[in-house]
Design a protein around this ligand. Structure first.
Ligand SMILES: *[C@@H]1O[C@H](CO)[C@@H](O)[C@H](O)[C@H]1NC(C)=O
Ligand SMILES: *[C@@H]1O[C@H](CO)[C@@H](O)[C@H](O)[C@H]1NC(C)=O
Ligand SMILES: *[C@@H]1O[C@H](CO)[C@@H](O)[C@H](O)[C@H]1NC(C)=O
Ligand SMILES: *[C@@H]1O[C@H](CO)[C@@H](O)[C@H](O)[C@H]1NC(C)=O
Ligand SMILES: *[C@@H]1O[C@H](CO)[C@@H](O)[C@H](O)[C@H]1NC(C)=O
Ligand SMILES: *[C@@H]1O[C@H](CO)[C@@H](O)[C@H](O)[C@H]1NC(C)=O
Ligand SMILES: CC(=O)N[C@H]1CO[C@H](CO)[C@@H](O)[C@@H]1O
Length: 457
């Protein structure tokens, strides 16, 4: 039997065990995501948007976030958002449909409703509703494209403008986007927490644990540091940014972020295709600053068609395996259909596609399994894979421009040949330092070592 003194000592050991080896002592443990520091300060500009040349050279191409305080202050249409009354007038004779989420604390598994704008305006103050949709047609004439994007090569990279509208108290999941993003608050305020994935690679690959959605299963209101030990580290610097009406924030592609909103809340965000934005040549010649009284409104911009992106790629791969299409020939056929281009008709595209297949086919047996697709959750791998698809798309685009297929190669067995040849390339993609060989950028960026090729998405 133990005497009292021994029992106390045992209790102390048990206590110490829990305190020191089981429970995180970090002050952020079980608190909202990013609520305890240390913090880093975001660059802040106070004179509206910088011109496109500065924006692209100093921020976008360097994946450097920046806050444009009161950038919309001179926007004559900013007062439109003050009252629902104004919006009701605009939509009074219109049936435009919008997508509406049904959980203000974001769940990627929630139901999405569709309803008219008028119906949304009637209901959103009283129900758990969050409009997240492309800016409705009828509203586009009220939006001026941020002047940092008012330049032809920048507009060519423009992907989509989204409207975010709720009565407040929304919180997003922790996630990343493939796009570069400028987010502007039109009403209410929004809090952003940003985390640099290049400075915190281990955090990025641990917490973004749902690969098909590029998001984290972290409970944003109570982060369990025991579950995400990479966060249990006092060298992780968060950026906390609060935007008020008229403020805009640039969030670089692939930066980890989480967003909350308060009160009646309206925001717009502009997504740019990262690869195109990064390759955009924005200088004095290509980007004559426009006549200030003629700034482009959203309704005057030709809406680009949505490109295949990582999301689409992931879903396509999962669907193929589901349908029992698992070998190289089948994938070549299906991807050809998806890209609307016969991958075999061009030696470069079929070679690249074989490289792509090899990345996915981790055990190199020639068949893709669900496990192999799932294990692509490794950030480096999925982006290396997606990068190849982007390269294929470039070739496809160039070829379609020519509409000249006289350089068709007659290939019948080339699939297998290519497939075998490309096994040689496999080690290129097997480690963390993927894709060195195919780095065709100028390569001066410090973020290259995060994931090679990542910065081209
Ligand atoms: C990822 O999220 C989707 C919903 O967005 C869900 O269906 C799927 O089960 C999740 N996968 C994992 C591994 O959590
Ligand atoms: C404001 O909105 C009106 C109505 O769509 C439009 O005619 C006008 O050009 C907009 N002004 C600016 C500066 O965008
Ligand atoms: C705000 O949202 C949180 C969940 O994120 C919920 O617990 C809380 O009750 C909500 N507050 C109000 C006032 O609706
Ligand atoms: C700018 O545009 C306005 C309206 O179209 C026009 O009146 C003015 O002359 C233009 N200014 C310059 C410098 O082109
Ligand atoms: C198509 O390509 C062939 C040779 O590759 C060239 O001779 C011909 O001029 C091209 N046609 C067009 C329309 O570009
Ligand atoms: C090239 O291939 C396409 C289909 O892949 C075909 O439609 C076209 O006629 C071919 N052109 C030549 C010159 O063989
Ligand atoms: C054929 C070939 O080169 N296979 C290599 C693929 O990569 C693995 C390492 O991931 C090597 O062990 C194989 O030899």
């Amino acid at each position: 039997m133990y005497n009292h003194r021994q029992l106390i000592i045992i209790y102390i050991y048990i206590f110490r065990f829990f305190v020191y080896s089981s429970t995180s002592q970090h002050q952020g443990h079980l608190k909202p995501f990013g609520s305890s520091g240390p913090f880093k300060k975001i660059d802040e500009l106070r004179d509206g948007f910088p011109d496109p040349i500065i924006f692209f050279n100093k921020y976008l191409s360097k994946s450097h976030p920046v806050l444009f305080r009161q950038a919309l202050i001179n926007d004559v249409n900013l007062s439109l958002w003050n009252k629902d009354e104004n919006l009701n007038k605009i939509f009074s004779n219109n049936n435009e449909i919008v997508h509406v989420e049904t959980r203000k604390k974001e769940s990627r598994k929630q139901d999405i409703l569709t309803m008219t704008m008028t119906e949304f305006l009637k209901r959103y103050q009283y129900e758990e509703l969050y409009l997240v949709a492309e800016v409705p047609n009828l509203l586009r004439s009220y939006f001026t494209l941020p002047t940092s994007l008012q330049c032809k090569p920048a507009i060519d990279a423009f992907q989509v403008a989204m409207l975010w509208f709720s009565s407040g108290n929304t919180s997003s999941v922790v996630h990343t986007d493939d796009y570069d993003n400028i987010n502007c608050v039109l009403q209410g305020d929004k809090q952003f927490v940003l985390l640099d994935p290049h400075a915190h690679k281990e955090v990025a690959s641990e917490i973004i644990d749902n690969y098909s959605g590029s998001y984290s299963s972290i409970d944003v209101d109570s982060v369990d540091y025991n579950k995400y030990p990479s966060l249990d580290n006092n060298n992780i610097h968060y950026y906390q940014v609060t935007l008020s009406k008229g403020d805009c924030l640039f969030i670089p592609s692939l930066w980890i972020h989480q967003v909350r909103s308060n009160n009646r809340n309206i925001a717009v965000n502009y997504w740019l295709n990262h690869k195109r934005a990064k390759n955009a040549v924005v200088n004095e010649n290509t980007c004559l600053l426009m006549n200030k009284s003629n700034f482009m409104r959203l309704d005057t911009i030709e809406w680009p068609k949505e490109e295949p992106n990582i999301e689409h790629l992931k879903n396509l791969m999962l669907d193929l395996v589901d349908e029992g299409k698992t070998n190289f020939k089948q994938w070549t056929n299906e991807f050809s259909k998806d890209l609307d281009f016969d991958l075999r008709s061009n030696v470069e595209t079929i070679t690249l596609f074989a490289e792509f297949f090899n990345i996915v086919d981790a055990n190199e047996n020639g068949f893709i399994t669900i496990n192999e697709v799932e294990s692509l959750s490794d950030y480096n791998k999925i982006t290396a894979a997606y990068d190849i698809i982007e390269d294929i798309l470039d070739i496809v685009d160039a070829n379609l421009d020519q509409t000249n297929q006289s350089n068709n190669i007659s290939i019948n067995n080339i699939d297998d040949e290519m497939y075998n040849n490309n096994h040689r390339i496999n080690e290129t993609f097997s480690g963390d330092e993927t894709g060195e060989e195919e780095e065709e950028e100028e390569g001066e960026e410090e973020d290259n070592d995060y994931i090679d090729g990542h910065d081209e998405l």
